[in-house]
Design a protein around this ligand. Structure first.
Ligand code: 6PG
Length: 479
């Protein structure tokens, strides 16, 4: 084996195969490897003429085929398989070689692997890659995290294969250690919220507006020409417009209503809880998938638990427009929360994340790509370190304009008994966030009553406890 490949890809399932093809199509010689050799052979037979590939049967041959410093993309299932591949590669590599995990790994694993590899003189990168199979082949959004010196060795390749929007590649060095996988995790969380909001809009259009799937498909197509223009809205129109060949029904009506998940949404929600960042939109989206999975329980409850007598409100001509506005406002909240989470994580981990750059690299290639991300990028360019995107004039105004419709939708859905966890919780977040004074004073009073947990006063400094059941006297506890 001569070391002629500039980069290697191990793990040739669809994502790995498509990334390898994308790289080779850009004129970079690629070594390919898979645990089962048959897969490598199939790959070469199918795509061998798309570029310069070196097919390696063994890990030793794979490593030997690579120029130094060796650059190896690992594209295997997140979790133990990644550790397995690293363990196989490590003894064969030299100081300064680079292992790049491009799967959906949990960022604490990336932090650990970075340290473990560094102890052996290796450079490890965790990079988020979004865009599904097609994105991997034609141009994904890439979120590289890890040692900047390692990034410098792969920057040219990664930026050349990424999606491009307005001449800018959707790939930028995110930060050290687990930063790339962290940002990809939040991307996926936002994807969950976006999808949930779309599903709630679909539910309302079906069960409140009384429209059928083809009609709703046309509405989404129309929505895709305005503020909501995005990949997910575009494909919603396509999914809803598809007729089932077997039955002639809309295909969406023939699909089991249980949403599955691979865990990234849950990680995002758990991380937000740890950071103390209110992340209601994404978290409700994860819960909604969990509730959808309880199909048998729902079936039993449907015949047992009372609801209102739903009436179709098709006579409300503004309903469809109200739903569009509620969807937009809730989406603004979901992104504001996700970006607030990244800001908090950046501070907690010293990552120095450039949030405007994150919005920029999500404009193309990835699942949440949307026009809207241009507005977020502009917000950071114009206003710097924004605490909450809702406070940026463009979004303040957008939500103010949508709020009446948003409230009407939440009221109507509640009256009609249609569950809208993401719409409703986003509105509650908005209402709680814009309150100068909320009811948490009572929470503090209760905590102090039953557990002497103390409270602070609005008029004077210090920490106080009232001897509630005893003599009712307030005492200062920190003096
Ligand atoms: C992407 C996607 C992708 C993710 C799927 C499925 O950015 O290309 O986020 O990474 O695996 O969307 O995720 P769930 O199975 O959890 O819905």
């Amino acid at each position: 084996m001569t070391a002629t490949s500039r980069i290697g890809v191990t793990g040739l399932a669809v994502m790995g195969a498509n990334l390898a093809r994308n790289i080779a199509r850009h004129g970079v010689p690629v070594a390919v490897h898979n645990r089962t050799t048959a897969k490598t052979k199939e790959f070469i037979e199918a795509y061998g003429d798309e570029g310069t590939f070196t097919a390696a049967e063994t890990t030793e041959d794979f490593v030997a085929a690579l120029e130094k410093p060796r650059r190896i993309i690992v594209m295997v299932k997140a979790g133990a398989p990644v550790d397995g591949v690293i363990a196989e590669l490590t003894p064969l590599l030299d100081e300064g070689d680079i292992i790049i995990d491009a799967g959906n790994s949990h960022f604490p694993d990336t932090v650990r692997r970075t340290e473990e590899c560094a102890a052996g003189g290796l450079r490890f990168m965790g990079i988020g890659v979004s865009g599904g199979e097609e994105g991997a082949l034609l141009g994904p959004s890439i979120m590289p995290g890890g040692d900047p010196s390692a990034y410098a060795e792969v920057e040219e390749i990664l930026t050349s294969i990424a999606a491009v929007v307005d001449g800018t590649p959707c790939c930028v060095h995110v930060g050290p250690g687990g930063a790339g996988h962290y940002v990809k995790m939040v991307h996926n969380g936002i994807e969950y919220a976006d999808i949930q909001l779309i599903a709630e809009a679909y539910d309302l259009l079906t069960h409140v507006a009384g429209l059928d799937a083809p009609a709703i498909s046309a509405i989404f197509e129309e929505w895709n020409t305005g503020d909501l223009e995005s990949f997910l809205i575009e494909i919603t129109a396509k999914v809803l417009g598809k007729t089932d060949e077997k039955t002639g029904n809309p295909l969406v009506e023939m699909i089991v209503d249980q949403a599955e998940q691979k865990g990234t949404g849950t990680w995002t929600a758990i991380d937000a809880l740890g950071l103390g960042i209110p992340l209601t939109g994404i978290t409700e989206a994860v819960f909604a998938r969990g509730l959808s999975a309880l199909r048998d329980e729902r079936k039993a409850a449907a015949g047992t638990l009372a609801g209102p007598n739903p009436e179709s409100s098709t006579d409300r001509p503004d309903l469809v427009e109200d739903i569009r506005q509620a969807l937009y406002a809730s989406k603004v909240v979901a992104y504001a929360q996700g970006f607030a989470q990244m800001r908090a994580a950046s501070k907690a981990n010293d990552w120095d994340l450039d949030l405007g750059a994150m919005a920029t690299i999500w404009r193309g290639g990835c699942i949440i790509r949307a026009q809207f991300l241009n507005r977020i990028r502009d917000a950071y360019t114009e206003h710097g370190d924004v605490t909450n995107l809702l406070m940026v004039p463009y979004f303040t105004e957008a939500v103010a304009n949508a709020q009446d419709a948003w409230r009407r939708v939440v009221i109507t859905a509640t009256e009609q008994g249609v569950a809208i966890p993401a719409f409703a919780s986003s509105l509650s977040y908005y209402d709680a966030y814009r309150r100068e004074r909320g009811p948490a004073s009572l929470i503090q009073g209760l905590r102090d009553f039953f557990g002497a947990h103390t409270y602070r006063r609005i008029d004077v400094e210090g920490s106080y406890h009232t001897r509630w059941p005893q003599d009712g006297v307030e005492v200062r506890t920190d003096a």
